[in-house]
Ligand binder design. Structure first.
Ligand code: ZN
Length: 348
């Protein structure tokens, strides 16, 4: 082959690769941040300090991220529309008064929208350092989204001991619907979303939430985008050990692992260590580069076919909030990682 033909072939190959990269759908994702307290005098495990919070918002501003309201993201996901890259939504759980006094002024300074998930029955009873309805009304009038965290903040994923499946369904349904009704009475808005208390959910709870026509939002980490189930929308906890920019910034460069079958990912497990089985679209990452971790350590994985794998830790999990995290680098977006977090709820 003449030198000229070789050069031409190489040039054609490069042009073809460039063309494929241009026309291939680029994975897109948005990030939902989750907070509880914004204060210096509250439990450190659920708190970000006002200084850390401001630093995070400044990082978002300085690095081209656009903070959008959660209803925009959810409406896009519901409509199956592709998300816009670099969009971030800010959420708080439980309705602590320090969000009003410490976070709200900083959010207003940046002009950033936010969502507060709270339990209306607990606000009524003022159990703990919670927002008053007057403060909630002020936030709502200023454009904040106030949304359903169930009315009583009980664990919803599985029946309580002695509770039948039918009683569990009635209790959970009543709790979720009551919160929505109370929010509608106070603020005049129905959204039909629920952020699961403690982030706990089960496949049966997801099914119930879907039957009610609700969106279910968790506390397991991950980006939102193609492949995200609308009854287990992930959020990145951004307080405590996750507050520092060295932990915060990499989360902004994650994509939703494109899961096509969640049936092997019911958080409820009767065995420990639990077995995760996921079917994923592997178009944009190397199968061998997908790894799952527990507590920072890689766990054994088996590929059953080209798209389905199982992962199971080799020793029983001991921590109360157990997660498996699976990640793989994106091929189309260098520097970005696919991310999937599986929470576990153990029952006997
Ligand atoms: Zn909560």
């Amino acid at each position: 082959m003449s030198l000229l033909r070789r050069v031409c072939l190489i040039a054609c190959a490069i042009a073809l690769i460039a063309l494929i990269a241009l026309i291939a759908p680029r994975a897109q994702a948005a990030i939902i941040l989750q907070y509880h307290h914004v204060a210096t005098d509250t439990p450190s495990s659920t708190s970000v300090t006002p200084k850390e919070f401001r630093t995070q918002l400044q990082y978002l501003k300085d690095n081209g991220y656009k903070v959008v309201s959660l209803d925009r993201l959810i409406n896009q996901l519901k409509a199956g529309e592709p998300l816009v890259d670099n969009e971030v939504a800010i959420t708080f759980d439980d309705g602590y008064a320090n969000v009003f006094t410490n976070a709200r002024p900083i959010l207003r300074e940046f002009g950033y929208p936010y969502t507060m998930f709270l339990g209306p029955a607990l606000i009524d009873r003022q159990e703990g350092p919670l927002l008053s309805w007057q403060q909630i009304k002020t936030m709502h009038d200023e454009g904040a989204i106030i949304a359903n965290h169930s009315s009583y903040h009980h664990r919803l994923a599985v029946p309580k001991s002695g509770e039948s499946k039918a009683q569990w369904r009635e209790r959970v349904k009543a709790d979720i619907l009551l919160a929505e009704q109370q929010l509608e009475q106070k603020l005049g808005v129905r959204r039909n979303w629920v952020a699961y208390p403690y982030g706990d959910f089960s496949a049966e709870l997801e099914q119930l939430v879907a039957e009610l026509g609700f969106i279910g939002i968790g506390q397991q980490s991950g980006a939102v985008g193609t492949g995200v189930s609308l009854t287990r929308i992930p959020r990145y906890p951004s307080s405590s050990q996750y507050a520092a920019i060295k932990h915060f910034a990499p989360k902004l460069k994650t994509l939703a692992l494109p899961v096509t079958d969640y049936s092997g990912a019911d958080p409820v497990s009767r065995v420990n260590p639990p077995l995760l089985k996921l079917t994923v679209n592997t178009q944009d990452f190397k199968v061998k580069a997908l790894n799952c971790f527990f507590n920072g350590e890689a766990i054994p994985m088996t590929w059953l076919d080209a798209n389905t794998f199982t992962a199971q830790a080799s020793t029983p999990l001991k921590l109360s909030h157990n997660r498996y995290n699976c990640t793989a680098p994106s091929r189309s977006k260098p520097g970005y990682f696919y991310w999937f977090s599986q929470p576990w709820v153990f029952v006997k």
